[in-house]
Every structure is written in structure tokens, then in C-alpha cells.
Write a protein of this length. Structure first.
Length: 148
């Protein structure tokens, strides 16, 4: 599926809001992942051996910003480029890391739910089912590219 103009606009609008405080929203994103699936903590090397509160973990902060930005930036390029725009090298690396860490389809669903929660929180009253649908499509395409 290719993004239509309206979906692209909804994703861009929400991304502009989230870009205003990427560290806040990216930490909220990872906090949601851990809230939905507490066992996911063991999938992250920098959280496995830590009793730190995730919000104060500097490695988590750096990782959260990187993942969140890549997810959002690839989403806003879907209509313009016709697909996920992440280098093949990066996709192969991400695929191998996810495979090595035992990431399965249900884990991708947890991340998708956390992403939607984060976007909904960030945009507040601007949230709509259409915006959620646009983000679902964007995330599904990125996840499919990583899995491939």
C-alpha cells in the first residue's frame, strides 16, 4: 500500500509536534514498550543487568532517540519514496540484531502499540482514527523491511 496525501499529511503533522521534544517522546515510547511487555527489558543489553529506572539510563536514552527518529523519519518518506527509505546495510544490520535477540512478530506488535500510544499522547486533541491508521501502515512497512 502506498500512502495517500492525507495519510502523509497526518504523519507529518504529528511528527512536527513530536520533533519538538524527541527525548521526551522517545523515552515515553520505550517506557510504553516496557509497560506493555515488562519481559522486553531482557531483550536490551543495556537494560538486562540494570536496576536503574529506565528513564535515567543514558544508553536507553540514546537508543530510544535513535529508534524513535528512524521510525518516524521513515514513515514520513513513504509517499514521497514509495517505501521504507533506510539503507540496505542498516536494514540488514537491524534484521540480524532483531533475529539474534529473538524478536518475533508479537514483539513488533508491542512496539507498534507503544508507538501509537506515544503519537496519541503527543498530538492530544489532534489524534484521530485516520492518524492512527496512517501510523499503523507506516510502522507495518518498516517492520516488514526489518524482518525481510
Amino acid at each position: 500500500m502506498v500512502f495517500n496525501e492525507k495519510e502523509e499529511g497526518l504523519v507529518k503533522e504529528s511528527w512536527e509536534i513530536m520533533k519538538q521534544d524527541i527525548p521526551l517522546y522517545s523515552l515515553g515510547f520505550f517506557s510504553s514498550i516496557l509497560e506493555i511487555a515488562p519481559a522486553a527489558k531482557d531483550m536490551f543489553s543495556f537494560l538486562r543487568e540494570s536496576n536503574e529506572i529506565p528513564q535515567t539510563n543514558p544508553k536507553l536514552k540514546a537508543h530510544a532517540v535513535k529508534v524513535f527518529k528512524m521510525t518516524c523519519e521513515s514513515a514520513i518518506q513513504l509517499r514521497e519514496k514509495g517505501g521504507v527509505v533506510v539503507s540496505d546495510t542498516t536494514l540488514k544490520y537491524l534484521g540480524s540484531v532483531h533475529l539474534k535477540n529473538g524478536v518475533l512478530d508479537p514483539h513488533f506488535q508491542v512496539v507498534k502499540e507503544a508507538l501509537l500510544r506515544t503519537v496519541k499522547t503527543a498530538v492530544g486533541d489532534k489524534w484521530s482514527d485516520e492518524m492512527g491508521g496512517a501510523w499503523c501502515e507506516a510502522y507495518d512497512q518498516l517492520a516488514a523491511a526489518i524482518k525481510a
